[in-house]
Ligand binder design. Structure first.
Ligand code: FES
Length: 108
């Protein structure tokens, strides 16, 4: 088995202010556009169950809607708040106007 690239949507489905929420395999993933690049990170807050794309997003910082933990969209690093860890990151590839996210082996 090897990693699998999954089509998660069109570049027109998101913009700098509005991320895209997708379910791919066993993962809930948030796809973000930040300064011309696309990023994909876990969409469930590691503190408690909250969908991060329902929260606030501004200039590369994701803020959880429940208790305001914040994360770096490019690295997944926790920037502040009560979350015990950062977010897993997924590779993103663009093919024309389609966005593909790489799922780890066995996660599809
Ligand atoms: S659920 Fe995200 S900070 Fe508490």
């Amino acid at each position: 088995m090897s990693d699998v690239w999954v089509d998660v949507g069109s570049t027109g489905d998101l913009n700098d202010d509005e991320p895209l929420s997708v379910v791919a395999g066993r993962h809930r993933i948030g796809v973000y556009l930040h300064r011309g690049d696309y990023y994909a990170v876990d969409n469930v807050c590691p503190h408690a169950f909250a969908i991060l794309t329902d929260g606030f997003y501004d200039d590369g910082t994701i803020e959880c809607p429940l208790h305001q933990a914040s994360f770096d969209v490019a690295t997944g690093d926790r920037l502040g708040g009560p979350a015990p860890s950062g977010l897993a990151c997924f590779a993103v590839r663009r093919e024309g106007d389609r966005l593909l996210v790489r799922l780890p082996e066995g996660a599809e």
